[in-house]
Design a binder for this molecule. Structure first.
Ligand code: ATP
Ligand code: MG
Length: 404
């Protein structure tokens, strides 16, 4: 096992397009690192550079303390678990797992020991004599992992391994991969565009946008302290609401009224004119329910356009007006996020017990402590401590490195 260190990694394809643009990520020994971002952000390219399937334009790729830029894939001792599992249909599960050991001409006794160890870990014992074609998607995935395990690779690399499984199996496999990774303690780099996978699997998550690293932090840090508008809009479902805002004293003026915010947040964003406030749907509540629970915060009155009752929660939709400056930034964000629609409509998630109805003026409570304030020009989150949040200062736009 080994740490993987990426230092100022750049990948320019033939046409000069910087698919990966000056990315530095340190994956600790035994860590589960997620690479996440919308389609085309450079996740697969970065993973392929780690494993050696793609040349590195510039920067240093280190495995342990060895620079591997010029090493062939087989010299890097990494195991890539492919999306299509790459199993041999004519071989049994046993021989599929044993394959790399046979290639390395290991003695039968050693092959047998390693295959049986792996199959016990993966709970594949009863399937060893079967052919991959007769296995479920999840079982095939485990066979592919078994092959990686017997190689005693320094790290596992996954590129969207669950994307062609149905939702239920995807959930099961997700838990299984998490459990196995913890048990094996093997350094893992896992590419996904699925934020649920990113949040549940990763010790840390690297969020990429158009080849640029946006934030490298724990899932909780990404959710609680997103470094910029992009990360804030990418992490969370339904997504964070973005509203025009101005700060006056310890209050922030929103389209619906003003809300108290902590002094620290007010100080960080004072005197900056028009800002974009970010508030997650779950940080609102039906004011009558919030009052009954004695929650402190601000309330406002707003006309509810539509309501969706889901039993455990209720979504209420509240339209608002926004100046062009804010609309333009939200439109750009929508493009960056790959089409996730950023409407000038507030989505609030209320307790399912709420009686708020369509067409009504409703009293809504909001948790002012959880409000984020973003600079509309740079997208930077003004309300977080960036050194703590793991964001890389000055990397919002094209920044340093190679520009498109
Ligand atoms: N062989 C290639 N030649 C030129 N450009 C390429 C090549 N492979 C990828 N790219 C470009 O590099 C960028 C990053 O591609 P990459 O495959 O790494 O994205 P990704 O984040 O894995 O996306 P997805 O989620 O769609 O798999 C894209 O803009 C893509 O068009
Ligand atoms: Mg990809």
């Amino acid at each position: 096992m080994a740490a993987i260190t990426m230092k100022n990694i750049v990948k320019q394809y033939g046409d000069g397009f910087p698919a990966v643009n000056d990315v530095s990520i340190d994956v600790a020994d035994g860590e589960f690192m997620i690479l996440v971002g919308p389609s085309g952000c450079g996740k697969s390219t970065l993973l392929r550079m780690i494993v050696g399937l793609e040349d590195i334009t510039s920067g240093d790729m280190m495995i342990g303390d060895k620079r591997v830029n010029d090493l062939a894939p087989r010299e890097r001792n990494l195991a890539m678990v492919f999306q299509n599992y790459a199993l041999y249909p004519h071989l049994t599960v046993y021989e599929n797992i044993a394959f790399p050991l046979r290639l390395a001409k290991k003695p039968d006794s050693e092959v047998d020991r390693l295959v049986r160890e792996a199959s016990a870990t993966l709970e594949l014992d009863e399937h060893l004599e079967r052919k991959p074609g007769n296995l479920s998607g999840g079982q095939r995935q485990r066979v592919a992992m078994g092959r990686a395990i017997v190689r005693q690779a320094d790290a596992f690399l996954f590129d969207e391994p669950l994307s062609n499984l149905d939702a239920k199996l995807r959930g099961q496999m997700r838990t299984e991969i998490a459990r196995l990774q913890k048990r094996l303690g093997i350094t893992t780099v896992y590419v996904t565009h699925d934020q649920t996978e990113a949040m549940t699997l990763g010790d840390r998550v690297a969020v990429l946008k158009r080849g640029l690293l946006q934030q490298l932090a724990t899932p909780r840090e990404l959710y609680e302290n997103p470094g910029n508008l992009f990360v804030a809009g990418f992490i969370g479902s339904p997504p964070m609401n973005f509203l025009p805002a101005t700060v006056e004293g310890n209050r922030v003026q929103l389209p619906f009224g003003s809300v108290d915010i902590p002094a620290e947040k007010a100080e960080r964003s004072a005197g900056r004119g028009l800002l974009i406030a970010g508030i997650r749907p779950e940080h609102f509540e039906d004011a009558s329910l919030a009052a009954a629970e004695g929650r402190t915060g601000s309330t406002f009155s707003a006309k509810v356009d539509a309501v969706e009752w889901l039993g455990n929660e209720t979504y209420a939709y509240i339209p608002f007006e926004a100046p062009d400056e804010v609309k333009q930034q939200l439109h750009q964000l929508e493009k960056d996020l790959d089409g996730e629609a950023m409407r000038t409509q507030l989505v609030v998630s209320l307790d399912g017990a709420s009686r708020i109805a369509e067409g009504q003026d409703a009293e809504i409570w909001v948790d002012g402590r959880r409000i984020h304030l973003f600079d509309p020009a740079s997208g930077e989150n003004l309300t977080v401590d960036h050194t703590r949040a793991g964001r890389l200062p000055g990397r919002e736009g094209a920044g340093a490195g190679v520009s498109a």
